[in-house]
Design a protein around this ligand. Structure first.
Ligand code: HEM
Length: 408
């Protein structure tokens, strides 16, 4: 659940008003219903300086959906959509019934389960809504990268909605509710579903593994550490940072659907797999670490093996992607695994829905991916199939809505 989680007590929207921590922790309530476990009761506030769904620990289920405005939806339509979406997301994040439609009751029995909804604007929405003067230069299209194999129908989009929750029905309900609320004003362009570790599946909370079996997310910038905020978020004084004022507290999301060539990967020796990334597969320790090292042992890119070779090979993913190799470029990665069945050749259609948040893609994803695409060992096992870049504005106040500073 979310680090900022608040327990809501007995769950389901029918009982959401009867909030009580003690009912949740003591395992009973006057209603005779069993209390939610903390998984169901955990809630992440929707309102705040930043949108939810960026700094919180990853939930187990993701729905990422891009929408295009329907013909004739201009700025007033977009304003009303963002108001309805924000009201619904705020209610659902507290385990309440979303206003504005007849609820389908898919999440009726569940607590909020750490639901987060994160909204982003694609570059294409600005002209449609008459807002070209507000378009951030940071939202310039991502450059083409060597070996990209992009399916244009599953790239970009006017609006981007990231829904994450620790219960799959709660996540589906939120995604479906937002799509219903958009009817007439915006229609889905593409939708993708991802998954990560379920809470409680490991003895202690751990960095999750991806479908190549690697522990993935170790060297992410840590919330609260020095430099975290400037790496991930546009500062409150956005114009001083060369950003439009409406992006204060915001971030830019890069989305990439990256298919893994798992049949090829699984044929490689463990040694080659570890040198491809630069870390051990079992515990995630860097190959520079030596005996007793763990996942959190500091990476030493200058360490050598006794035979004089680099401990972390020259083309290892963590060397090529490191901030130290990219003039300090860094980002917060928050990607989910996906599996969409098998391809005609029998290979899994599976990989990573890579999501990275950063204050400026030109100091984050773009230089790092340029370098990775040119010669990172891991890239030989990957195919980038879709791509998007979205401006994720700051969070809404309780009385406001996401995107208000842009739209009013
Ligand atoms: C680190 C896997 C794509 C940027 C890592 C690590 C793994 C990994 C296992 C080491 C653990 C960690 O620190 O998280 C993958 C896989 C990918 C992928 C399986 C594709 C399917 C990308 C892309 C980028 C990227 C597209 C950015 C353009 C990074 C960065 C680090 C990292 C910045 C941390 C490096 C460090 O400072 O140690 N990745 N990655 N990765 N990856 Fe990736």
């Amino acid at each position: 659940g979310g680090a900022a989680g608040i327990a809501l007590g007995v769950g389901g929207y029918a009982l959401a008003d009867a909030r009580s921590n003690s009912a949740a922790t003591q395992g009973g309530s006057g209603s005779g219903r069993a209390a939610l476990t903390s998984l169901g009761a955990d809630a992440v506030p929707f309102h705040g300086t930043h949108q939810a769904g960026i700094v919180e620990p990853m939930q187990s289920t993701l729905h990422a959906t891009a929408f295009d405005l329907t013909a004739g939806t201009g700025r007033p339509g977009l304003v009303s959509l963002m108001k309805r979406w924000s009201a619904a997301a705020g209610a659902m994040a507290e385990g309440r019934k979303p206003p504005g439609l007849t609820d389908d009751q898919v999440a009726l029995d569940a607590g909020p389960s750490s639901l987060t909804v994160t909204f982003g604007f694609g570059a294409s929405v600005f002209a449609k809504a008459g807002l070209t003067a507000q378009l951030p230069s940071q939202l310039a299209p991502l450059p083409p990268f060597p070996e990209d194999r992009l399916d244009r129908a599953r790239c970009d989009g006017d609006l981007w909605v990231q829904v994450c929750a620790d219960d799959p029905l709660v996540a589906y309900h939120a995604m479906r509710t937002l799509q219903r609320l958009a009817a007439g004003q915006a229609a889905p362009r593409w939708q993708m579903t991802g998954f990560s570790r379920a809470p409680g599946a490991t003895p202690k909370p751990m960095t999750a593994r991806n479908l190549m079996g690697q522990i993935d997310g170790t060297n992410n910038p840590k919330p609260g550490s020095s430099g975290f905020d400037t790496t991930v978020f546009v500062p409150g004084n956005a114009t001083a940072a060369g950003q439009p004022s409406w992006m204060a507290g915001g971030s830019y999301a890069v989305f990439r659907r990256i298919r893994m060539l798992l049949d090829t990967w699984d044929q490689q020796s463990l040694d080659l797999q570890q040198r491809t990334v630069g870390r051990r597969k079992d515990n995630g320790a860097p190959l520079s670490g030596g005996p007793g090292s763990t996942e959190t042992t500091t990476v030493d890119l200058d360490a050598f093996n006794s035979d004089g070779s680099l401990a972390i090979p020259g083309d290892a993913h963590i060397r090529v992607a490191a901030a130290a190799s990219n003039q300090g470029a860094a980002m917060l990665r928050r990607g989910y695994s996906y599996h969409d069945g098998y391809r005609p050749d029998g290979a899994p259609d599976a990989g990573l829905l890579f999501i990275a948040f950063q204050a400026d893609p030109m100091n984050g994803f773009v230089p790092v991916q340029r370098k990775l695409a040119r010669g990172d060992a891991l890239s030989r096992f990957l195919v980038h199939e879709s791509s998007g870049l979205y401006a994720v504005p700051g969070g809404a106040s309780a009385a406001g809505y996401v995107g208000q500073a842009l739209l009013e």
